[in-house]
Design a protein around this ligand. Structure first.
Ligand code: ADP
Ligand code: MG
Length: 558
């Protein structure tokens, strides 16, 4: 039996492409600019093997012109152009990608620069235009042709006049509808924004005629509109530049331009990985927490680029919650995009990148801690709580990764110390890592429970964050030293082994019994203690949970 080929209802297919692939209309411009960039790349690749062709980067550009009155948006490129057949095949057949074929035919192994692959991006133009006209002259032909379509009822091709090799696309922008604004796609500023957002790192200049009001020559207060051709995109992304060429200021400028934050970043991390997965990233550790950081509103994530083209503004999967404060971007050539270029087909590569990034962030934080303690303390003040949540969350599975990043106030040093520093100072006879919980350092200092431990000359960590004790319970120990609250019944101090002063206990039996009766449902036992020096009485926790933890748990909403 002979196989019968599938046929597609082109009209319906086109309708699907236009209406259901993209979540945002503005990406039509990203798609058309990407195609223009691909067309220029193709000349570049041809010139590599064809001696008759030279590639002078200065003569290649993409131009965007908007005409509000005529409701026309024009995208011109000086790329390779299309022959009549190519117009038919590439723009007339949905899901046929001339760029994909080009990569295969020319055996471009490192053809990652060419963006096109699915053969649908072009039709995104119909999301904003009633009619699209493509006039193109191929490098391979002396004739130019015009392709025209209103989307729904097929297309026409006819000979046309065009002097230069390349392509010109004219979009007749739709009229505004009740709650649909199309005018914005004719506004200079809005177009600039869209270009900056998605296509800032296209390697060829994207030019626009920008109208600027300037002081009229020879006058002091008369202005005139001056039109000036400007390049809108940055072109060479900072992350592809050599680290040695970049100054701190360059990184700070990028941080501000990208609106990652309004502060100055504390530190940046510039990553170039060329292994099983290739990616570049610029990450920032901010100095201050954004106002909504510790709220549900805060959205973590990094910008995700595929070969210089923005795919996602906030890819949450790239950052674990405990590093949710990190800002920045990742660019990779190896992502398998889905057809909308807004998502990934599978997240294997993304997981690899995330894992890698995670390690880099940790080692960067450790190096700040080691080399620039002041900055680290500032950082910890802003984001330390998040790290402690990280130790506690997900059943403690990240605790080993995070434990060396924690700081706590020390009774001895009168400043923040790491657990490692604490343990390295421990006298030989000290069994536990002691901590005391309270509202503030001043309050903790006055706690009677701290006296005995301090008298022994041992250091105490002050826990003033609600999360502290929860995190430390999850950690359980550090370098095999267990944590112990100073209000615990057993402090592991030699002459404290029998905490109860038995003699006194017996002598005052009646008094203690009376006290216990009065405090009946508040205490389990009243007894004499050797622990106290200057305080008359101390509360001691008996069970698993400390008094402070109990307070927090009781205050939690059910
Ligand atoms: P893709 O870019 O994924 O291949 P598109 O629908 O965006 O799919 O474009 C289809 C094809 O049309 C491209 O692969 C390319 O061969 C051709 N094409 C589109 N725009 C241009 C252009 N400006 N210059 C040359 N060829 C183009
Ligand atoms: Mg395309």
């Amino acid at each position: 039996m002979s196989k019968i080929e599938f046929r597609a209802e082109s009209k319906k297919l086109l309708d699907m492409v236009i209406n259901s692939i993209y979540s945002q209309r503005e990406v039509f411009l990203r798609e058309l600019i990407s195609n223009a960039s691909d067309a220029i790349d193709k000349i570049y690749y041809k010139a590599l093997t064809d001696d008759n062709l030279t590639f002078n980067p200065d003569s290649y550009y993409i131009k965007i012109d908007a005409n509000k009155d005529k409701r026309i948006l024009k995208i011109t490129d000086t790329g390779i152009g299309m022959t009549k057949e190519e117009l038919e095949n590439n723009l007339g057949v949905i899901a046929k990608s001339g760029s994909h074929t080009f990569k295969a035919e020319n055996e471009i192994k490192d053809g990652h620069d060419i963006i096109g692959q699915f053969g649908v991006g072009f039709y995104a133009a119909f999301m904003v235009a009633d009619k699209v006209t493509v006039t193109s002259k191929s490098l391979e032909s002396d004739e130019a042709f015009k392709w025209e379509s209103t989307g729904s009822d097929g297309y026409n091709i006819e000979p046309a006049e065009k002097a230069e090799v390349g392509t010109e696309i004219i979009l007749e922008i739709k009229e505004n509808e009740e709650d649909e604004n199309y005018d914005e796609f004719l506004e200079e500023n809005h177009l600039k924004q869209i270009i900056k957002k998605y296509s800032d790192f296209i390697r060829y200049p994207i030019k626009m005629d920008i109208t600027e009001s300037m002081l009229k020559e020879g006058t002091e207060d008369e202005y005139e509109d001056v039109i000036e051709e400007q390049t809108i995109n940055t072109m060479v992304p900072i992350w592809k530049k050599n680290k040695s060429e970049l100054s701190n200021e360059d990184y700070e400028n990028f941080y501000n331009e990208k609106h990652y934050g309004y502060d100055k970043p504390l530190k940046h991390i510039h990553i170039n990985v060329d292994g099983t997965i290739r990616y570049n990233a610029i990450l920032y550790i901010p100095e201050n927490a954004p106002y909504n950081y510790y709220s549900r509103e805060y959205e973590k994530g990094l910008e995700l680029y595929s070969n210089g083209v923005l795919i996602m503004e906030k890819s949450a999967d790239l950052l674990p919650d405990y590093f949710s404060f990190v800002k920045g971007m990742v660019d990779s050539e190896d992502l398998s995009l889905n057809i909308s270029r807004e998502m990934l087909q599978h997240d294997r590569q993304l997981k690899l990148i995330a894992k890698n990034i995670n390690k880099k962030i940790k080692s960067q934080l450790l190096s700040i801690l080691k080399d620039d303690r002041k900055s680290y303390e500032k950082f910890f003040e802003s984001f330390g709580q998040q790290l402690k949540y990280g130790v506690y969350s997900d059943f403690g599975q990240h605790k080993d990764l995070l434990k060396d990043l924690l700081l706590f106030y020390s009774s001895k040093e009168k400043k923040l110390v790491t657990l490692e520093e604490y343990v390295s100072r421990m006298p030989e006879d000290q069994k536990y890592i002691y901590y005391a919980t309270g509202e503030s350092n001043e309050r903790i200092e006055k706690l009677p429970q701290t006296e005995m431990v301090m008298d022994k000359g041992y250091e105490i960590l002050y826990f003033t964050d609600e999360i502290d004790e929860f995190a430390i319970r999850m950690l359980m120990n550090y370098q095999e030293k267990e944590f112990r609250s100073v209000s615990s019944g057993d402090l592991g101090i030699e002459d404290d082994e029998k905490d109860t002063a038995e003699e006194e206990q017996n002598e005052n039996k009646d008094l203690f019994n009376a006290m216990k009766e009065i405090l009946a449902d508040k205490v389990k036992e009243v007894r004499a203690s050797k622990r106290l020096k200057s305080h008359p009485v101390v509360l001691t926790a008996d069970g698993e949970i400390s008094i402070e933890m109990e307070k927090i748990i009781n205050a939690m909403p059910d």
